[in-house]
Design a protein around this ligand. Structure first.
Ligand code: FRU
Length: 515
């Protein structure tokens, strides 16, 4: 298997050669880089889903992802691995985990987290085993939590004590869906949150409710069940995946990804959602007092985010910039799916805001700026265009307008502001040849005299941060490489662009060698 050979190779080869060797042996290779990101994390080849194990170790950022190295679709899960000194310039490392033990071999090494302890890097992940379906009264899978340890941050060994956490025998906790442990240290003790749900449909036909359960430990190996810290009420989903808890600006923020939330008007239109709740965790009782949930990202593609504390204490989040049940047009190019840019989280006025991590500024190259452009018709500005770049603009909100990105021929991705409703929308119906979900995604903004937009464009993605984190929208797009235009389009009156800056951005992520 790939990781086994990579591990053996570690004894004799430097890391970069191991990666090359792994890529050489890999039956899937990137054959076309037209949509391969310049600065977002993506698999070196093959498939990637959730962020995993995002942490600092010996002063560097380690980031892992759910990975299937042998095809461009989901398969028994491995953990891909990248490392960075600054969250922006990444290096590929060998595959860190592969499914090879009785507790993970059949389904794979599902999501989990990473943490440094006594100079070692610990990964705590879900081993997924599928069981034959006997009847709906029996679990169809076993999901247990397991530990793998590394002394060099590259080679990981699964410990003999595995599994370290099984689903507690508790009338309110499903024995089947029990995954994605997120571990952190608080006042000298380790805590783990695990995604869960209530047991399967009860005789009255009630649907399961998603929930998060908490465990505590002194050593990352022996764990005790503490409590169910939060549970869905009403339309909040039948399973809560990928939990995180972070203390941000003195608030305990719970982040997770509920499955099965039904659309409410134009909200919750994606297949699954990722949300946050603000609250206070009582570590003695395991009781989390909290408010309601709110979306973390209003675009088409965002799921399973993971947070870590930066070396200077900021809370940084990276999400999967894709969505289940979608199409992944890049799968014909030997790879599939990518991550978001790193985002700094803050709590401001009882709301979680997401900002691009300041380190992203180190990717900036050429800058073009204009001030006070008042336009009456569709306009493009000299040197404000590109497939890989950052566009920052402040626009008067008196009149409605569109901004078209990745425009060329009949292609364009349209961002629209409606001055009557303060609704900001993305439409990607014309974003490229094989675009997955069509239609709109939207967010209603607070009334204000102007709107500030900060777009991150990469070869097949656009993320827009609105009003310094009031809302974020992320989407994949698949335009032609030549569709690099940016157009400003007034709708019902002049458009006053108070300022606009475009930076070309450099490559932060290793580019595949295409033969
Ligand atoms: C979320 C998820 C996790 C699971 C992983 C499997 O996208 O379903 O709950 O651990 O993907 O790849």
């Amino acid at each position: 298997m790939l990781a086994a050979t990579a591990t053996a190779a570690c004894l004799i080869l430097p890391v970069s050669s191991q990666v090359d060797a792994a890529i050489e042996r890999n039956p899937v290779q990137v054959t076309n880089v037209r949509w391969y990101p310049a600065y977002h994390i993506a698999p070196y080849a093959g498939w990637a889903n959730d962020p995993n194990g995002f942490c600092t170790y010996k002063g560097e950022y380690h980031f892992f992802y759910q990975h299937y190295p042998y095809a461009t679709h989901w398969g028994p899960m491995h953990w891909g691995h990248v490392v960075s000194k600054d969250l922006v310039h990444w290096e590929n490392l060998p595959v860190a985990l592969e499914p090879d033990h009785i507790y993970d071999a059949s389904g794979g090494c599902f999501s989990g987290s990473g943490i440094e302890k006594d100079g070692k890097l610990y990964l705590i992940y879900t081993g997924h085993v599928d069981l034959p379906v006997i009847s709906k009264d029996y679990a169809d899978r076993i999901e247990s939590q397991n530990v793998a340890v590394s002394s060099d941050g590259i080679n990981f060994e699964k410990i003999a004590e595995n599994p370290v956490i099984y689903a507690p025998q508790h009338p309110e906790i499903s024995q089947s869906d029990f995954r994605d442990p997120k571990v952190w240290l608080h006042n000298g003790k380790y805590y783990a949150l695990v995604g869960s749900r209530t047991p399967t449909v009860d005789p009255a036909g009630t649907e399961a409710q998603g929930q998060i359960v908490m465990f505590e430990s002194n050593d990352l190996i022996n764990w005790n069940f503490k409590n169910i810290i939060a549970c869905a009420e009403g339309n909040q989903g039948f399973m809560w995946e990928c939990p995180n808890l972070a203390n941000i600006d003195n608030c305990d923020v719970l982040i997770f990804s509920p499955q099965g939330v039904k659309p409410e008007g134009n909200k919750f239109l994606n297949w699954h959602q990722s949300v946050y709740i603000l609250g206070k965790m009582n570590y003695d009782t395991g009781v989390y007092s909290h408010g309601n949930f709110e979306l973390l990202d209003y675009g088409f593609d965002f799921y399973a985010p993971q947070v870590t504390q930066a070396l200077d204490g900021r809370t940084i989040m990276i999400g999967w910039l894709d969505m289940w049940a979608g199409k992944f047009p890049e799968d014909t190019d030997g790879w599939a799916c990518q991550m978001t840019v790193p985002r700094e989280l803050r709590v401001v006025n009882n709301k979680l805001i997401s900002l691009p991590a300041k380190e992203l500024e180190s990717l900036r190259q050429n800058e073009t700026s204009y001030q006070n452009c008042v336009i009456n018709k569709k306009t493009s500005l000299k040197n404000i265009n590109g497939a890989v770049g950052e566009l920052i603009t402040t626009i008067d909100t008196k009149n409605s307008f569109d901004i078209e990105l990745r425009a060329g021929g009949s292609e364009k991705t349209v961002f629209s502001y409606d001055a009557k409703t303060n609704i900001f929308k993305i439409n990607r119906d014309k974003s490229g040849a094989s675009i997955p979900t069509k239609g709109y995604r939207e967010v209603k903004l607070a009334p204000a005299d102007e709107i500030n937009l900060r777009f991150f464009l990469d070869r097949s993605s656009i993320e827009v941060f609105i009003n310094e984190g009031e809302a974020v929208m992320s989407t994949r797009v698949y335009p032609k490489e030549t569709s690099t235009g940016i157009n400003f389009v007034p709708r019902g009156g002049e458009m006053n662009i108070k300022d606009v800056t475009f930076y070309t951005l450099g490559e932060g992520f290793p580019q595949p060698k295409v033969k």
